[in-house]
Design a protein. Structure first.
Lengths: 151, 128
């Protein structure tokens, strides 16, 4: 594992990103923009499920929020991988980084559970719990992510 | 239980957590450092010259200090490159230490390694 991470750090584009003056902050900005879009779309989705913004048609708004969230997740993951690669061995040893990745996995499992529940009739309360779990998990992911830069 | 209550609970919990997280943001810039120059002498145990911060790990009598430098491009512009120092070299770092006295961390403005001086923050170095 450590060897694979060291090999990742040695890739030519990763080495260039490591010392770049412009590109690294731009990738960083892209990561933050993606996180903003991801977090907002997920929060809107969860809040809509919990009864907020009731003037919006539920299934149509949820479909749009989900599409935005999935695109934002892809951008966040790609830019995040680039930022990670610069110091892969170091980040992989940080508890806070591992906690963040674990929370993202939990949020993904929550989404799978949600989709299962949504197919069943009369699961409104369970869906609301899943929406609350989503809000809490993604907030925690965000906070863990911010701490990575400061530990 | 109405479905509005969980919204409020979660929103307030999120707001409180966000506020708690703010002190951690202080590690950018100089706000986390104390006024007055601080000098550290020790042996380099790790060199990282890259984004987001160039850093050295310096062993001082068994304590591992984290010495933060300028961003990599500015650090290299000051002449400090991968060739300037090796693990095991002695280093003198001059700069500002953390306000938290128990925290072994400082931000260096000047490094002295192998008889050479590197001013990584030239506009912040002590007057000579």
């Amino acid at each position: 594992m450590q060897e694979a991470l060291a090999a990742l750090e040695q890739l030519a584009p990763v080495q260039a990103l490591k010392v770049s003056f412009y590109v690294y902050p731009l990738v960083n900005a892209l990561h933050i923009a993606a996180i903003g879009a991801l977090w907002t779309s997920i929060a809107l989705m969860d809040l809509r499920l919990l009864g907020a913004f009731s003037s919006l048609p539920e299934s149509a708004s949820l479909a749009i929020f989900r599409r935005i969230a999935l695109v934002a997740m892809a951008v966040a993951a790609a830019s995040g991988l680039a930022l990670f690669a610069v110091r892969a061995g170091h980040y992989a040893e940080m508890t806070i980084f591992l906690v963040k990745m674990g929370l993202i996995v939990l949020a993904g499992l929550n989404l799978l559970i949600f989709d299962r529940l949504a197919k069943r009739p009369r699961s409104r309360r369970a869906l609301a719990l899943s929406a609350i779990a989503s809000l809490v998990l993604w907030m925690a992911v965000l906070i863990c992510g911010r701490f990575i830069g400061f530990l | 239980m109405s479905v509005r209550n969980p919204v409020l609970t979660v929103t307030s919990a999120a707001a409180i957590t966000a506020l708690l997280a703010i002190p951690a943001l202080a590690h950018h810039g100089w706000s986390w450092t104390a006024d007055g120059f601080f000098e550290l002498e020790g042996v380099i145990t790790e060199i990282y010259l890259g984004n987001p911060h160039a850093t050295l790990a310096v062993d001082v009598e068994g304590t591992s200090w984290r010495v933060e430098l300028a961003p990599p491009s500015a650090t290299m512009r000051a002449g400090f490159t991968e060739e300037s120092a090796k693990v095991g070299n002695e280093v003198t770092a001059i700069g500002n230490r953390s306000r938290e006295e128990t925290e072994p961390r400082m931000k260096a403005v000047r490094l002295i390694v192998n008889g050479k001086t590197y001013d990584v923050y030239p506009n912040r170095v002590p007057p000579s």
